[in-house]
Design a binder for this molecule. Structure first.
Ligand SMILES: [Zn+2]
Length: 159
């Protein structure tokens, strides 16, 4: 009777030890998955900012219904989750930026080097497509740095 109690107790202890290890492993796995989800969510940007560094540009798109916004060395911000084509027109210069599936991609440009067109689509915060000849910088950002109300006459925000 005494012997079997000892065996029973040590069996219980071993089972509890195994359970603890399984619980710990499950916690670590859950923590790992949560960290991975947070990391993915952080890296993927919510908006793109189109900056015009030189001269005046007309920026229009096929979803807002607006006839084009005049921008003087300002910037436009678009959400990445709305599909659209953004047309950036300057004197004798046109760039067409496509936003789809959370990515922004320069589809067409009449710049001489066409480096922007050959750039890979961007989707992560900090990634950018630069059209040097046309002075255009497209960057993925986390959130708009200013609201529509804050925008002065040189800036335009389009949703
Ligand atoms: Zn270009």
């Amino acid at each position: 009777m005494f012997d079997s109690d000892i065996i029973h107790n040590s069996e219980n202890r071993r089972r509890r030890y195994v359970n603890d290890i399984i619980l710990l492993a499950a916690c670590l796995l859950a923590a790992g998955i949560i960290l991975l989800i947070i990391r993915c969510a952080q890296d993927t940007g919510g908006y793109i900012e189109i900056r015009i560094e030189t001269g005046e540009a007309r920026i229009s798109d096929n979803t807002s219904g607006e006839e084009g916004l005049s921008v003087l060395t300002g910037s436009c911000i678009y959400p990445l989750n709305v599909e659209r084509e953004v047309i950036i027109e300057q004197d004798n210069a046109v760039n067409i930026l496509r936003i789809s599936d959370g990515h922004a991609d320069m589809r067409e440009a009449d710049c001489p080097d066409r480096i922007c067109v050959h750039s890979k689509p961007i989707s992560k915060i900090g990634e950018s497509i630069i059209c040097l000849p046309h002075g255009i910088i497209v960057t993925v950002i986390d959130a708009p740095t200013y609201s529509v109300n804050d925008a002065d006459e040189n800036d335009a925000v389009t949703w």
